[in-house]
Write a protein that binds this ligand. Structure first.
Ligand SMILES: [Cu+2]
Length: 187
């Protein structure tokens, strides 16, 4: 049987535990708010690790994104660099040719508005922002074809903005690369 005093003691214990939990939850909320504030301020005040810019107004005149420099290149170390641009409403080159089982660096930018670049069946998915270079590493396991749609609404012709990636056998690519400096699969 509980007495009056027992009841009072129990109530005091319950109140103390309740207060402790209340303080703990306030501390947790405070900690999270503090973390979010710190991360937000830190990100806003620190420069990003690596930002590469390009001038969309002179893209076609000079620099690495001039038309004659677009497409795939076999580098001296055996890797491949692909340069492409997005513009309303196509990619240049329209069809990218790359070798399988090879480290590939994709370097892209936009000549006008924001576009998106997605290679179906891979984790390649980036935005092409005018003024900035988007660089991504890719590696294809096997030869095949992948569609490459623009995944960012970029205007009235957006739904027609598609490209293609053709992955060929490593030896076949080397043969193509021996004949031409910049490769594409556009006939
Ligand atoms: Cu687009």
């Amino acid at each position: 049987m509980t007495t009056e005093t027992d009841h009072g003691v129990g109530e005091a214990v319950a109140a103390r535990i309740e207060r402790r939990w209340a303080i703990l939850s306030i501390v947790i909320v405070g900690l999270l708010v503090g973390m979010a504030t710190f991360i937000g301020i830190h990100q806003a005040t620190m420069p990003q690790g690596r930002v590469e810019t390009s001038d969309p107004r002179t893209l076609h005149l000079s620099g690495e994104f001039v038309e004659s420099n677009l497409g795939s290149t076999l580098e001296a170390d055996g890797s491949v660099t692909v340069r492409a641009i997005g513009q309303q409403y196509s990619f240049t080159p329209q069809c990218i040719v790359v070798p399988a089982e090879t480290p590939i660096t994709l370097r892209t930018t936009s000549a006008d508005v924001v576009h998106g670049l997605l290679i179906e069946g891979t984790n390649i998915n980036t935005m092409l922002v005018p003024g900035y270079v988007a660089e991504l590493p890719i590696r294809f396991k096997a030869p095949g074809e992948h569609v490459m749609p623009c995944q960012e609404f970029c205007g009235i012709g957006h739904q027609g903005m598609w490209g293609k990636v053709k992955v060929v056998d490593k030896a076949a690519f080397a043969k193509l690369a021996a004949a031409r400096r910049r490769l594409t699969c556009v006939d």
